[in-house]
Design a binder for this molecule. Structure first.
Ligand code: CDP
Length: 310
């Protein structure tokens, strides 16, 4: 009798348990592989040109340029004098970045004591305006050089900035003088809150610099990972940042990427280091993404930290 999977061979994602076992087998052992690093930098610059394209700039988006939203069908924004004036001149980052830490928001960071390691990096990237108050510093560090902000956070946490803006300005102070990276041209309802966030920071003489994510970059990075077997409707913020880091940094270490419900000692672990609100199920494919990260870890292209740092 033929089993159906002999007739229709399908790629099967390993189960969570299998992934945990595989990570345990490998342990924290890691060896840097310069060839792998160079290869991924080359692949990413060929597909997505992160150096030039990661943000919307005056250089890559002159007046009249049509920005096609990457999270929508057939919706675009044509750059006009108003929007053009909000763009930075060109990529403002001092390249190449040396050691980069990409910090995901996974609950695995809790009690990890990875804060010092993270703060030792030359460039620290974080996702979705996470809390980094004193209470968390030992585990997640205190430094930030780039932090993403999804427009939905502006809507939910700061009432779309239609009322008091002080709360937003005060909350941003923990990120010092970092870049705030917003996908302003990804989904239609996200544009206005993103522009309001820009004006709010500008009007309060904040030290933060707003960078709008370039939808063309987000689209090409999405395609890149699709061709590597990540089939989510949309990549997670974390994987976008890892891709950016692989393109711009000499060495990349990730922290807080662990989309599983138990840790390496089989103890329950919350989804985030600060809460346990689970993601909308079918939107991202985080375990599938983790398999890719782990593959890069094993090949020495980047280092994935999942256990304790100290
Ligand atoms: O809202 P979104 O799913 O984009 O991200 P988040 O929950 O704020 O977490 C930031 C990033 O950390 C995610 O995009 C994932 O890449 C990563 N993450 C993870 O790998 N494992 C978790 N348990 C939670 C987040």
């Amino acid at each position: 009798v033929l089993c159906w999977f002999y007739v229709f061979p399908v790629y099967r994602l390993p189960s969570d348990k299998e992934i945990v076992e595989e990570v345990l087998r490998q342990g924290e052992e890691w060896q840097k592989n310069q060839t792998g690093i160079d290869l991924y930098r080359k692949l990413l610059s060929e597909c997505c040109d992160p150096k030039r394209m990661f943000a919307v700039t005056k250089e890559n988006s002159p007046v009249g340029k049509v920005l096609w939203y990457d999270g929508e069908f057939y919706y675009s924004h044509t750059v006009n004098n108003n929007t053009y004036s909000l763009f930075v001149q060109e990529n403002p980052l001092q390249l190449p970045l040396k050691k980069c830490a990409v910090v995901g928001n996974g609950g695995i960071l809790r009690h990890s004591k990875c804060g010092r390691d993270i703060d030792q990096a030359d460039f620290v990237m974080r996702c979705n305006l996470p809390p980094i108050s004193k209470e968390y510093a030992e585990d997640v560090g205190a430094k930030t050089h780039l932090v993403t902000a999804n427009p939905s956070i502006i809507e939910k946490r700061f009432q779309s900035l239609l009322w008091s803006r002080k709360d937003f300005v005060d909350s941003m102070k923990v990120y010092g003088s970092s870049y705030i990276y917003m996908p302003a041209f990804s989904m239609r309802p996200g544009t206005d809150p993103s522009l309001r966030a820009y004006y709010t920071l500008a009007d309060s003489s904040s030290n933060l610099t707003m960078l709008f994510a370039n939808p063309e970059f987000l689209r090409t990075v999405g395609k890149f990972w699709k061709s590597h077997g990540v089939h989510a409707r949309r990549l997670s913020t974390g994987l976008f940042l890892v891709s950016l880091a692989l393109g711009l940094c000499e060495e990349v270490t990730t922290y807080g990427f662990w989309p599983f419900s138990v840790d390496l000692d089989q103890r329950p672990v919350s989804h985030h280091y600060y809460d346990n609100i689970l993601p909308y199920k079918w939107f991202h494919a985080m375990p599938e993404e983790f398999v890719q990260l782990w593959h890069l870890h094993k090949s020495g292209t980047l280092r994935v930290r999942v256990g304790r740092c100290a």
